[in-house]
Design a protein around this ligand. Sequence first.
Ligand code: ATP
Ligand code: MG
Length: 363
Amino acid sequence: DTTRVDALELVVLAGDGIGPEITAATTEVVDAALSAVGVAWHPVTHTIGFEALNASGSTMPADVMDAARRTDGVLLGPVSHLDYPPTAQGGVNPSGLLRKSLDLYANIRPARTVAALHSPIGKEFDLVIVRENTEGFYADRTMFAGSGEFMPTEDLALAVRKVTRQGSERIVRRAFELARTRRSKVTAVHKANVLRLSDGLFLEAARAVRADFPDVEYEELLVDAVAALLIRRPEQFDVVVTTNMFGDILSDEATELSGSIGLAASLNVGHDHAVAQAQHGSAPDIAGMGIANPASLIGSAAMLLEWLGGRRDDARLVDAGGRIRGAVDAAVACADTRTRDLGGDATTAGFTDAVVAHVVADE
Ligand code: ATP
Ligand code: MG
């Protein structure tokens, strides 16, 4: 039964806050794009976050983890971190658990301006931050009771930063491979003047990998300089590769400069698994109001489809991803279909309808 083998399965996890609204919008757009390119698919929905906590005692139940491990790809809605109970009482971070269990070592975070949309700095740019996703200050450092922080006395708190040669080499390799499909430039971002050992090792690994990519331009910059350069000359960046926390912070800056965090797509990816996830959180302040911008998760889904297209060697999936990207740009470019974060007054549903119309129109 070839139809069954070919059909794509995506696990859809709505999450908290605006999660249900933006995941519903995203599956609608994915459905339109996949039917336009002739790929059969079906979503498998599971509950995570507060709803799962109430129903089964964990924000990320074990059967949901199993489903995520077995499926072709995951669409992950945002989860609220603030009000969860401690881990022992079921309050785990689904995103962190997925990253760790599926070894999603790369977090690919694009940020680019859309010409018709006024960017806060009036400059056009198109860059991708490749953020290491499993180490740094956010690593699971079991030597300190599962946490990277500890307090030797009640007046002293310490944090440990984990950098490995292997972890650095694989994230940098991913960045170079991505750069080859773009403008062939990699910027390694570090703070090795202060963090001599950890960022020293990161740079050593980066230089070793660089030798395999003589065709790609390479530079190294301090993280504080990059924070300023993103505002002064964002167009100079193509692929930016960095450790976990620097990547987390710089990507928020970059997407805000592109117009809105509501546009911020991302893909968590390893060798065998990928999870599409918006860069922002659950936005509890606008949850349930029908005004969230779903472009972030829709764009993340496009990245997932493109990754699956490469993995399955199926050009239709790459085409579907490209269509979605173009359709989001078109909806963002038109003042009438912009959501509130972009200065418009379209609802989530209004924006989504526009994206679907563009996906279908792009024959
Ligand atoms: P969390 O605890 O889940 O991280 P948060 O309070 O940090 O939630 P974020 O989701 O990080 O909230 O959002 C920060 C701000 O950006 C909020 O004002 C939110 O409304 C806004 N925002 C985030 N995502 C979107 C979106 N998709 N559309 C519109 N506004 C958004
Ligand atoms: Mg947040």
